[in-house]
Design a binder for this molecule. Sequence first.
Ligand SMILES: Cc1ncc(COP(=O)(O)O)c(C=O)c1O
Length: 442
Amino acid sequence: MPTPSNVAPNDLSAFWMPFTANRQFKKSPRMFVAAKDMHYTTSDGRQVLDGTAGLWCVNAGHARPKIVEAIARQAAELDYAPAFQMGHPKAFELANRLVDLTPQGLDHVLFTNSGSESVETALKVALAYHKVRGEGSRTRLIGRERAYHGVNFGGISVGGIVTNRKMFGTLLTGVDHMPHTHNPAKNAFSRGLPEHGADLADELERIVTLHDASTIAAVIVEPVAGSTGVLIPPAGYLKRLRDITRKHGILLIFDEVITGYGRLGTPFGADYFGVTPDIMVTAKGLTNGVIPMGAVMVSSEIHDTFMQGPEHLIEFFHGYTYSGNPVASAAALATLETYKDEGLLTRGAELAKVWEDALHSLKGVPHVVDIRNIGLVGAIELEPIAGSPTKRAFSAFLKAYEQGLLVRTTGDIIALSPPLIISESQIGEIVSTLGGILKTLE
Ligand SMILES: Cc1ncc(COP(=O)(O)O)c(C=O)c1O
């Protein structure tokens, strides 16, 4: 017998939606009921072109057969195995595949269930690593203004998006922030890496001078800051960060939750920039967004430092009930196979020029103050309406949805990151739809 409920099945009020204008949404809901390849189907039967790979995660496109089949098979064969003190083969196989794929030196993997958890895991590994090797004074974590590292306390502490931080008290102590690198005055309409701003990495030297290197555990950055509106690092900036962190014995963490798994036209951002961090944080594209999962890759130096003392003792007191969950592992393995079969981890590089030219064709369209691109990521920054920041871009988002295109907005920036299977004509479709909309906006 179904339990009586005081809520009708289609009542929208019970679900407090994440990062959503709930009252606006519930007055005029936007519902997806199906998806295939590059398109969503709405509840009123319309097709919507996915310009954002869901939330930067559906890199291989929707409902891909290998992934769907792997999940069904795994759920029937071994649905769950305890993550602590027990194992199952697929998690080990996946860790090996990931180690093969990541830059040399990142040879060990911790599994999580999201980008936010991957960030927390990375920060905790960094702190514990220094403690285990006898430098327990290294407790400071350095993030960056405008960074997004998920929503948990470590992530919002090192993160730099004011709205995500200001409601939640004092956060982690001992955190400092480098300046962000967004400088439209000098770099507007850059194609690829902006020319100006590599010297902003030297701000890390200032922070090291202020606190002393002996107090700093790690620096965390997104190679390309995604959620804050696609802030592309100036040429040479990440290499400088690598040099400075190495010089001072500070770990460098790349948060590759967005840049990982082909988004920039290389397997990882680390490959694109030729800079290898000590710890790499991933999620999203790992399972094509189908099953929640994250993975944190760490160097052998870090891993091996923990592997000491009596062998019956746990080396690192951290983990999740679902770390390396069998169904998630199967989904990730099938996702990596799909990427490999179709060359998707480098397809972004083949399309990058077409993508760049298409986006930059919107230069001169009303309200557009900057356009930027890298790999298969792009952003169109709009002049805010005076006194109503974010409203213009939100109107563009609503109109795009009505016209069959999914985009994402943050502030007055329209962010684009389509599945890596997108065709050239679909790139044209995104740009012509947006161009038409921008001309009609207030
Ligand atoms: C760079 C970065 N880190 C962390 C996260 C958080 O991931 P999740 O929403 O899976 O917790 C995101 C999500 O967009 C992200 O872009």
